[in-house]
Design a protein around this ligand. Structure first.
Ligand SMILES: CC(C)(COP(=O)(O)OP(=O)(O)OC[C@H]1O[C@@H](n2cnc3c(N)ncnc32)[C@H](O)[C@@H]1OP(=O)(O)O)[C@@H](O)C(=O)NCCC(=O)NCCS
Length: 170
C-alpha cells in the first residue's frame, strides 16, 4: 500500500477528529482536547497547513501548523502541532513522513521558522532544537523547540504566543 501525504480536505474532518481522539487518549501531557483545538483553528481560519497521511482511503496521520507571534509580532513563523498517528500504525514512519513533508513545504513557501512543544527525543531528528532564546510562557523550557528555516530567522528571539485556541484546548 502506498502512503500519501496531502492537504486535508473537508471530507477528512470526521476521520481527523477520530484520529486525534485515539492518538491522544492515553497521552500523559494531553487534556484530550486536540480534536477541539483543530476544530477551533479550522473555524477561525488559522490552519496555515493541515496535512493528512492516507493509505487506501484511510486517514492514518495528521499534522497541523498555525501562525505564532514573537513578542507580539507575526514574523512569518508557524507553530507545529498537533502531530498524531493512529495508535495501531505508530512507529512505522508515518509521523516522520508528515513532519518531513510539512517542513519541505514550509521551506518552499518561505516560512521563516517553526516552533513546537514536544519531546526533543522525537523532534531532534527533524532539526528542532531546544532553544532558550524563544520563551514559551507557562511551558517547561525542555519541551520548547524551534527550527529556523530562513536566514532572517537566525537572530529572532522573544516570547512566543501560539493561537489563542491553544490556551483553550492545547
Ligand atoms: C509521536 C507520534 C506522532 C510519532 O509518530 P510515529 O509515526 O509513531 O513516528 P515514526 O514512526 O515516524 O518515528 C518512530 C520513532 O520515533 C520514536 N518516538 C515515537 N514517539 C516518541 C516520543 N513521544 N518520544 C520520543 N520518541 C518517540 C520511536 O521510538 C521511533 O524511534 P526509532 O525510529 O529510533 O525506532 C505518534 O507516536 C503519536 O501519534 N503519538 C501520540 C500523540 C503524540 O504524542 N503526538 C505528539 C505530541 S507533541
Amino acid at each position: 500500500m502506498t502512503l500519501t501525504i496531502r492537504p486535508e480536505q473537508p471530507g477528512d474532518h470526521a476521520a481527523v477528529d477520530s484520529l486525534l481522539r485515539a492518538a491522544f487518549a492515553d497521552h500523559p501531557h494531553s487534556r484530550q482536547t486536540e480534536h477541539l483545538l483543530v476544530s477551533a483553528l479550522r473555524e477561525e481560519g488559522a490552519l496555515s497547513l493541515a496535512l493528512v497521511a492516507e493509505e487506501a482511503g484511510e486517514v492514518l496521520g495528521y499534522l497541523a501548523a498555525s501562525p505564532v507571534t514573537i513578542d507580539g509580532a507575526y514574523l512569518g513563523w508557524l507553530g507545529l502541532g498537533p502531530l498524531a498517528v493512529l495508535p495501531a500504525r505508530q512507529r512505522a514512519g508515518i509521523g516522520s513522513a508528515l513532519a518531513e513533508a510539512c517542513l519541505r513545504r514550509l521551506r518552499a513557501d518561505g516560512v521563516a521558522g517553526c516552533v513546537l512543544v514536544g519531546d526533543p527525543a522525537y523532534y531532534a531528528r527533524f532539526g528542532f532544537v531546544v532553544d532558550d532564546t524563544l520563551v514559551f510562557p507557562g511551558i517547561p523550557a525542555q519541551y520548547c523547540q524551534a527550527l529556523r528555516l530562513q536566514p532572517q530567522a537566525v537572530a529572532v528571539r522573544g516570547e512566543v504566543a501560539f493561537h489563542p485556541a491553544f490556551t483553550r484546548f492545547g
